[in-house]
Ligand binder design. Sequence first.
Ligand SMILES: Nc1ncnc2c1ncn2[C@@H]1O[C@H](COP(=O)(O)OP(=O)(O)O)[C@@H](O)[C@H]1O
Ligand SMILES: [Mg+2]
Length: 350
Amino acid sequence: MVRRISTKEISNFTGFEKISIPNITPSLIGKNFADYTIISGSEIFGEGKDNLNGTNGHVYLAQLTSDAKNQVIIKIIPSNIKGEDIMRECNAQNTIFEHLSSSNASASKVHKIFEDPKSNCHAIIMDVAKGSPVKTKLDEASYSKYKNQLIEVLTTALSRYDKSHFDIKPDNLIWSDEDRKLTLIDFGNSYTNNSTDLQSKIQNIGSKGFIAPILTNFQHPNYFESFAAAITLAYALFDPKDIPENISDKSNDLRNAKETELGLIGKNTQIDGKSKTNDTMVAWLEFFETVKSDSNDQFTTFQKKEALYLAGLLKRDEYINSISPATDTIMSTDELLNRIKGAQSPPRTP
Ligand SMILES: Nc1ncnc2c1ncn2[C@@H]1O[C@H](COP(=O)(O)OP(=O)(O)O)[C@@H](O)[C@H]1O
Ligand SMILES: [Mg+2]
C-alpha cells in the first residue's frame, strides 16, 4: 500500500541542503551519500548496470544507511545545470505528484535537493518508481490502464498546473504491470506553457522521434504533449520488430526551424525557405497506414487509430466511426485533445 501524502506536506523547495557531493568517477557504488548508501544490482537497473546515465545526470539507486528497506533514487546533476532550473524541475514534479494523489498514476515525489557549494553540482533525492519503461506490446487489459493513466498524468499537468512535461517518451514513464501503475519521471524539461523563457529553451526540449512535427514554436504546446503521448503509446501497442526501424534516427530536428517557417503537419515542412521531407511523419504515417490491411485484430486496429487520432493524424469521425469505441474511451482521449490551447482543432494531415 503506497502512502499518499496530504497537500499540507508538500511545500515548494526554496533552497538546498548543502553537502559535499562525492565525485562520480570511478564509482559511487557502495559509498555513502548524506544519510544514504549507494547500492547496486537493483533489478530496475538491470544486470551488471550500476547506474543510469541520462543526458542530464547520473541516476543511482540508494538506501537509507540505517534502513535497507528504505530505498530512494539519487539523481546527480552536473554543475552546468542551474540551481533555479533544478528547483523548477523538483517543484513541478511534486506538484504533479500532489495533484495525482487520488489516482493510480503518479510522479516520483522529491524529498530533498542537495547542493555542493564547491562544485555547484546538485543531487535530487526522490522515491523509486517501480517498474520499467514500456517498449514492447502490452496485453489488452494492461494497455487500457497504461493509456488511461498516461492521459491522466498529462491532463493533470496541463489542467491543474498549466505545465507541459516536454519530454514524454517510454523512458520517462515507468510502468509496473504488476500494480498496473504508471509513474511519470524526469521533469528536467517541464515548463509552464507560454512562458517567455520557453522560446529560449526550444533547442533543448523533447527527444528525437517524439517531437511533434509542427508548431514547435509553442503556439500549441499541448499538442507537443499529445503527439509524444501517441508515439509513446505506439511502443506499448506493437512488438518492437513492427515499429518502423530507427524511427528516432529518421526524425528531422525541427527545433531549429524558424517560427514562421513551420507549417501545418504534413509530409513536407518549410525550413530555411526550402521544403524538407518530414521523415518522422512519413515513417509514422506509413506505419499507421498498415492498420487498414490488418482487420483481423480488432483491438490493435482500433488502438492504432486512437493513437493516430491523438497524434493529430486522423479526424475524429474517422476514429469514432472506424470501430465504435466505448464512450469513456472516447471521452478520455478527447479530454486530452480538448486541452490543446488556442481552440483550433488539432492539426490534420493535409
Ligand atoms: N524515480 C525514479 N525511479 C526509477 N527509475 C528512475 C527514477 N528516476 C530516474 N530513473 C531512471 O533513470 C533514467 C534517467 O533518469 P531521468 O530522470 O530520466 O534523467 P535524464 O534527464 O538524464 O533523462 C530514467 O530513464 C529511469 O530509467
Ligand atoms: Mg529521462
